[in-house]
Write a protein that binds this ligand. Structure first.
Ligand SMILES: Cc1cc2nc3c(=O)[nH]c(=O)nc-3n(C[C@H](O)[C@H](O)[C@H](O)COP(=O)(O)O)c2cc1C
Length: 387
């Protein structure tokens, strides 16, 4: 079917998307997306640490034609990036999940479907034309998880992401302050917040408040999404059981140290995702980009590493690839873009990222994204980061 989405003309940078979404969304929703845990600083530290890695322009290379396509596992994608799993995405705008899935099909890139998504695994697979990967947390009953795995396999999912950095949900002060929780409770403060953001509120009222649809549609019934429930009993045996149950590719997301990474590799997982959950879990952790080169060194050249947390631009993708990532994922930028201008906002932000990635690949003197390595980093900074 023909794609009729025209890129937004209101957005020229990621900061535009942040500013516009802040205006259009209720404070409670914007803060849920934008917020980080504890002292609320790590999300910014992630991006600042990326920013501090400077690249080196190279001249007199013929960079007229450039290739951005990337293979991971057995899949050929048109770009070296995809969309990170995000629960309750439809809060940023009704049908945000659908917009994200369709954008991934349009660009031939993967989209990760959170088990807490507001759209079913089945619908996401259809909207994304098969570009969906499934993400689970270990929580609630393991029986429910096993049911989800069977369900995903039946639909045709080939990749599972097991997120392991939330054994206990960290506190987010902004959510507490705004009275944000699930199930939603609407008191006078929230009512006022919704009333002064009528476009979001009326659209949401019309389409219905988002629900965790994979729970709602569970065949075993009685599955209730409890966001704050502890998943603290997860251990290495849990990983063994998931590995045995899932025959497709298995990515372990939320790994920040080499010792864990090596043990995960030995356990038979197919890849890890270096991530500090966008700064939403251990607030005193280091920026994800700092952990990446050390983990790459420990794992050797061949084990696939995905990366997220703080990626905001094409240059950031180059930085992460240079420091050892094979593939990069975007989180909040998708929500900011949709919050700012719906599907058009998302199209615009993805176009900007693709353009910048292609331009800057040429400016560092390369024509193929698969050739990116640490040599694109400005030498004196490169020495500082001790790869
Ligand atoms: C609103 C929101 C919801 C999220 N929900 C999930 C989730 O359900 N599962 C998961 O593994 N990670 C979740 N994450 C983390 C993202 O997958 C990703 O690790 C993080 O957003 C990347 O950082 P960035 O936002 O700086 O790009 C969520 C992040 C945000 C902002």
């Amino acid at each position: 079917m023909k794609d009729l989405i025209k890129p937004s003309t209101k957005i020229h940078t990621i900061d535009d998307a942040i500013r516009l979404s802040k205006k259009r969304l209720p404070k409670l929703v914007f803060d849920f997306i934008d917020g980080a845990s504890g002292d609320d600083k790590l999300a910014e530290i992630n991006s600042t640490a990326l920013d501090q890695i400077r690249l080196e322009p190279k001249v007199f290379r013929n960079v007229e034609n450039r290739n951005l396509s990337k293979k991971i596992f057995d899949f050929n994608f048109d770009y070296p990036f995809g969309f990170a799993p995000m629960g309750m995405t439809n809060l940023s705008w009704p049908e945000a999940d659908k917009m994200i899935a369709k954008e991934s099909a349009y660009n031939n890139i993967p989209t990760c479907v959170s088990m807490a998504s507001s759209t079913t695994l089945e619908d996401m697979f259809t909207f994304s034309e098969g570009h969906s990967w499934m993400q689970i947390y270990i929580f609630q009953s393991e029986e429910f998880i096993m049911e989800l795995l069977k369900r995903a396999e039946g639909i045709g999912y080939k990749v599972l992401i097991l997120t392991v950095d939330v054994p206990i949900l960290s506190r987010r002060a902004r959510d507490d302050r705004n009275g944000f929780g699930y199930p939603f409770k609407i008191g006078p403060k929230q009512f006022l917040d919704f009333a002064i953001h009528p476009q979001w509120s009326l659209t949401t009222l019309l389409k219905g408040a988002p629900k965790p649809m994979n729970y709602v549609t569970s065949k075993s019934g009685n599955q209730i999404f409890r966001r704050k429930e502890s998943r603290g009993t997860t251990d290495w045996d849990t990983l063994k059981r998931i590995r045995e149950a899932w025959k497709g590719k298995l990515i372990i997301k939320g790994v920040m140290n080499s010792e864990d990474a090596l043990k995960i590799k030995d356990s038979g997982a197919d890849a890890i995702q270096v991530s500090n959950h966008g700064g939403r879990q251990l607030d005193s952790a280091t920026a994800s980009i700092n952990a990446l080169p050390l983990i790459r060194k420990a794992l050797g050249d061949d084990f696939p590493i995905l990366f997220d947390s703080g990626i905001r631009s094409g240059s950031d993708i180059l930085r992460a690839l240079a420091l050892g990532a094979d593939f990069v994922m975007f989180g909040r930028p998708l929500m900011y873009a949709i919050g700012a201008d719906g599907a058009k906002g998302l199209r615009r932000i993805i176009n900007l990222i693709k353009e910048e990635l292609s331009t800057n690949l040429g400016l560092v003197g390369l024509t193929d994204i698969n050739e990116v390595d640490k040599k694109i980093i400005a030498e004196k900074f490169f020495k500082d980061i001790k790869y």
